[in-house]
Design a protein around this ligand. Structure first.
Ligand SMILES: NC(=O)c1ccc[n+]([C@@H]2O[C@H](COP(=O)([O-])OP(=O)(O)OC[C@H]3O[C@@H](n4cnc5c(N)ncnc54)[C@H](OP(=O)(O)O)[C@@H]3O)[C@@H](O)[C@H]2O)c1
Length: 245
């Protein structure tokens, strides 16, 4: 299987790559913005058993670059069996409320780059008749909260877009999975106070691999978030506004 990973330097994506690397049969294309960090991931995946790994640099703010890098990848590797879209940034909500350029850049990375790449990938799967897309959303996309509504709105866009892609997709050999992790201990959450709700990226990776194997379409990780978010979504807006969550 040829696995293409956007945001391949992310702790979650790298853990997923390691899960597949140990099987020693897959080829990888790792896409990111930093050659140094991509090469570090590549070296580690070699240690885990992967042999054929290519890295590609991408400017996630450029639609042309997204299209060009994808087409170069297809030309060089002959097709994609599984794509993982994992780039993301935990938007600083305070800054995003007064710095509109920052707000736009963050939304562009967390939502626009995500949905454009997803559409490009699924178009390719449709041409080839099969493929697996794993998109990493978040429980933060389920309801706007005062502490992170810029990030949450972007993740909500990702989730709605992937849901629409699934609805539009008539080919049962194309699997589109939306992953909604809760809190994961990664560089993204380093500054947040850790709690019992945090899980490790290795756990998330194992769950995602299980989801792929079982053809799951929407996955909360850990699964208890499904119930937490069901309750949070059901709180009336008038009451929610008064809550300090
Ligand atoms: N950690 C959590 O609690 C959590 C929860 C739910 C969902 N998620 C989602 O899971 C995915 C992976 O996150 P993670 O927790 O593994 O975080 P991470 O280790 O901090 O990885 C973030 C990834 O996004 C890339 N990135 C950040 N800003 C970028 C920019 N401006 N341009 C291009 N690439 C950029 C990083 O590239 P560099 O290595 O070059 O910086 C890295 O590959 C994200 O989509 C995130 O929203 C995370």
């Amino acid at each position: 299987m040829h696995i293409l990973i956007y945001g391949a330097t992310s702790a979650i994506a790298h853990s997923i790559a390691k899960e597949y690397a140990i099987e020693k049969v897959h080829t990888f294309t790792l896409v990111g913005r930093s050659e140094t960090r991509l090469n570090a991931c590549k070296q580690e995946l070699h240690v885990y058993g992967a042999v054929d790994i290519q890295t590609m640099l991408l400017d996630f703010s450029s639609i042309d670059d997204m299209k060009n890098v994808f087409h170069r990848c297809v030309q060089q590797r002959g097709g994609i069996d599984m794509a993982i879209v994992a780039q993301g940034s935990l938007t600083n909500q305070d800054k995003a409320s007064y710095d509109m350029n920052y707000l736009a850049e963050e939304f562009s990375l967390n939502a626009l780059s995500f949905i454009i790449l997803s559409q490009i990938i699924v178009n390719h799967f449709n041409q080839h008749g099969s493929g697996i897309l794993v998109g990493i959303g978040s429980v933060a996309g389920e309801r706007g909260r005062k502490g992170n509504y810029a990030y949450g709105a972007a993740k909500s866009a990702v989730s709605t877009f992937l849901s629409g892609l699934r609805h539009a997709n008539k080919n049962e050999n194309i699997h589109i999975m939306t992953v909604k992790p809760g809190f994961v201990t990664t560089p993204m959450t380093l500054e947040m106070p850790q709690s019992f709700l945090f899980v490790k990226p290795e756990f998330v990776a194992k769950e995602i691999k299980r989801g792929v194997e079982q053809g799951i379409e929407q996955m909360y990780i850990p699964s208890f978030w499904r119930f937490i978010m069901m309750i949070i979504r059901s709180i009336p807006e008038a009451l929610f506004k008064k809550m300090n969550i």
